[in-house]
Design a protein around this ligand. Structure first.
Ligand code: SAH
Ligand code: SF4
Length: 367
């Protein structure tokens, strides 16, 4: 079958069972004349036992398996096309999707944690001028099976010893390629599967959604989920923020900060403020003082990240002393501040360096 026909067949007729929410799966099994417990059985096979094909689900009757196959249902996962290991222990996973789009996820081992950073889009339309994903332009929304697929494949690799002694992913951050809240519906389904004990089973306190500040999406997320929220603030005035993050023209700082102030947090939880420091642009003592004023009253912890300058970027990373001085001002204003180490920059896996397209060079494939 030609590639186009195969794709048409896949998109028009076949359905990846892992794109069904639990409720949709219940409807599907009852529509096929099966008892509701079949949905739980299928879910268990997808998310606990890691089934990769219908015939692996051996305690499901052959008749029902055949019904599923004849109905053109299948179990699909993103294809892992490579892994890249950084000198600091970070590992980047490269994936090709059914339509040959490419995405990346990153495994970041820290002391007691292993964090998986997942992509939610195959690019990003928001075009922040300091971010490589944004520089490479928009990409389509990822669907449920693709996002759970990133977790599934990464979990399998970790179990098999990819990171030697570390055998379990403890945290998931939606902080890879793309803007999660610009893909709201599928991301919400993904969060539900991630935090469903019948699904991937992460506690919602171990899941973080990072956004460039889509104010309406933040309000919705506050109503729909109880995961952690991280906001990429990156500037303290509308003028500078709009210059580096065009989305600020649509959702300026005033409304964004009001949404953060109103965000329903579970007890003891705080919003993470991400602030990428860029030399002479947003790194002055005046910026630090303004940031302290802007965040007053919002329960936050602040992550300062020194810019990983994209190639040809006009922006530069500040000097270490300057980062220290910025941090000190915030600490003196009683904020919790950490300077986040840039992990995986030698393999282009650090914040803002994911772009998917890199794999063309690695594999020689692609347009
Ligand atoms: N779109 C979402 C999540 C993906 S970006 C968001 O913007 O929050 C993840 C993080 O990488 C953001 O905090 C962003 O500010 C940061 N980032 C982007 N480009 C960067 C760069 N060149 N150096 C350091 N951090 C960067
Ligand atoms: Fe998109 Fe986030 Fe990069 Fe901005 S920083 S371009 S929102 S991925």
């Amino acid at each position: 079958m030609s590639r186009n026909r195969k794709q048409a067949a896949l998109t028009k007729k076949s359905r990846n069972l892992k794109d069904f929410t639990y409720d949709e799966l219940l409807d599907l099994v009852s529509g096929l004349g099966e008892k509701p417990y079949r949905a739980a059985q299928l879910y268990g096979w997808f998310f606990k036992k890691g089934a990769r094909a219908i015939d692996e689900m051996t305690d499901i009757s052959k008749v029902f398996r055949n019904t599923l196959k004849q109905g053109s249902y299948y179990i699909g996962l993103p294809a892992l096309t490579g892994t890249k290991h950084s000198g600091d222990g970070t590992v980047k996973l490269l994936f090709e999707l059914e339509d040959r789009e490419r995405i990346e996820s990153v495994l970041i081992p820290e002391e007691k944690r292993l964090t998986l950073c997942v992509s939610t889009q195959a690019g990003c339309a928001l075009g922040c001028s300091f971010c490589m994903t944004g520089m490479y332009g928009p990409g389509r929304n990822l669907i449920l099976s693709e996002m759970t697929g990133e977790v599934h494949v990464a979990t399998g690799l970790v179990k098999e010893g990819l990171l030697k002694d570390i055998k379990r992913i403890t945290n998931v951050v939606l902080m890879g390629m793309g803007e999660p809240l610009a893909n709201y519906e599928e991301v919400l389904k993904f969060i539900n599967v991630l935090t469903d004990p019948k699904g991937l089973g992460f506690s919602s306190g171990k899941v973080t959604v990072s956004t460039a500040g889509l104010t309406p999406g933040i309000k919705r997320l506050g109503r729909d989920a109880s995961v952690n929220l991280a906001v990429s603030l990156n500037a303290t005035t509308d003028q500078v923020r709009s210059q580096i993050m065009p989305i600020n023209k649509k959702y300026p700082l005033g409304g964004l900060l009001a949404a953060l102030m109103a965000y329903p947090l579970r007890r003891g939880k705080r919003i993470t403020i991400e602030y990428v420091l860029m030399k002479d642009l947003n790194d002055t003592p005046e910026d630090a003082r303004r940031l302290a004023r802007l965040l007053r009253g919002i329960p936050t912890k602040i992550n300062l990240i020194a810019l990983n300058p994209p190639p040809g970027s006009p922006f530069k990373r500040p000097e270490t002393e300057c980062i220290g001085a910025f941090r000190k001002i915030l600490m003196e204003a009683h904020y919790d501040v950490i300077v986040r180490a840039s992990r995986g920059s030698d393999i282009m896996a650090a914040c803002g360096q994911l772009r998917g397209r890199e794999q063309k060079a690695l594999t020689g494939k692609g347009a």
